[in-house]
Design a protein around this ligand. Structure first.
Ligand code: NCD
Length: 304
């Protein structure tokens, strides 16, 4: 039985296979309409979500399966003090696969140790978000036609942004990737990611606080939300919230074929006027998220 806790749980070959399946689902959705008939997905969300939870549910329904679960900790027995270990033992009796989001780093990993069904990490605190990474890789593949040889800028909250950590991990295994880290001093990429991934694998990277300065060199710009819920002080959040706001004017020096990504939700960091720019890909990313999760469910349930 396989879990997906960290994107590195999947080999590059497996990731490529999942992306190929996702592209086949896009081309031939009818072929997969009953692939998970009789199977149930449980979504255990201890933290707010729109896209991740609903895309998992939509993915399972489009595969002919069924879904159950909860969307807030307060409506589950977590509010009575039940441990993640006990909850997952219980869910293992009801469902065939589970997607879990939790505010505590490592909670889905703990769940996987007690589970008799595959556990998917749907975001654990400020740590990882591997299914967003599959979504992002599928988007890059479809937009750029390749998963190598590009410069990607990560902009915003690189400290708490779990989507950034997972995508950097994943990209460290592809060739010719150049990383530009753009953030305020206070929200720099954690040193463990720099040490264990970027330095350990000799990935070329630069750090800056100035988005405009690096804009012309980027093939992909990955914008992120400042993660309000992970701040200790409201004052600090308010001070850093609007560090970067991508506007039409700021894109003037960008490449014509730039790909603008954002895992969403967006707060203020991309002006709505940018949505009309053909380079804006964040709503396409949302659509890709459903296909990537369909392909992942098929893989973990060993349906293919
Ligand atoms: C992200 C997350 O939850 O980490 N959202 C998502 O799953 N698409 C990004 C965010 O919340 O800012």
């Amino acid at each position: 039985m396989r879990h997906l806790i960290d994107i590195l749980d999947l080999s590059v070959e497996e990731i490529n296979e999942i992306l190929a399946t996702a592209e086949d689902i896009i081309a031939n959705p009818a072929k997969y309409a009953h692939s998970c008939a009789g199977k149930q997905l449980a979504t255990l969300f201890y933290e707010p979500s729109t896209r991740t939870r609903l895309s998992f549910e939509s993915a399972m329904l489009s595969l002919g399966g069924e879904v159950l679960g909860f969307s807030e900790a307060s409506s589950s027995s977590a509010s009575k003090g039940e441990s993640v270990a006990d909850t997952i033992r219980v869910i293992s009796c009801y469902a065939d696969i589970v997607a879990m989001r939790h505010p505590k780093e490592g909670a889905p990993m703990v769940a996987s140790m007690y589970s008799t069904i595959p556990v998917i990490n749907a975001g654990d605190g400020g740590h990882n978000h591997p299914t967003q990474t599959l979504t992002d890789l599928l988007t890059i593949k479809r937009e750029k036609g390749r998963l190598k040889d590009f410069t990607i800028g990560f902009c915003g909250d690189l400290k708490f942004g779990r989507t950034v950590h997972s995508l950097i991990e994943a990209l460290s295994r592809y060739e010719g990737i150049n990383i530009v880290l753009i953030s305020p001093e206070e929200l720099k990429l954690p040193s463990y990611v720099k040490k264990e991934i970027l330095k350990a694998k000799n990935i070329p990277y630069t750090q800056t606080t100035d988005l405009l300065e690096v804009m012309p060199q980027l093939d992909i710009l990955y914008m992120t939300r400042v993660q309000k819920e992970r701040f200790f002080s409201e004052e600090e959040y308010l001070r850093l919230r609007d560090s970067y706001i991508l506007t039409v004017e700021k894109l003037e020096t960008a490449k014509k074929d730039l790909t603008i990504m954002h895992p969403l939700p967006r707060v203020n960091e991309i002006s709505v006027a940018v949505d009309n720019d053909p380079r804006a890909c964040y709503f396409k990313q949302v659509q890709n998220g459903k296909y990537a999760r369909m392909a992942l469910i098929l893989k973990l349930l060993e349906v293919l």
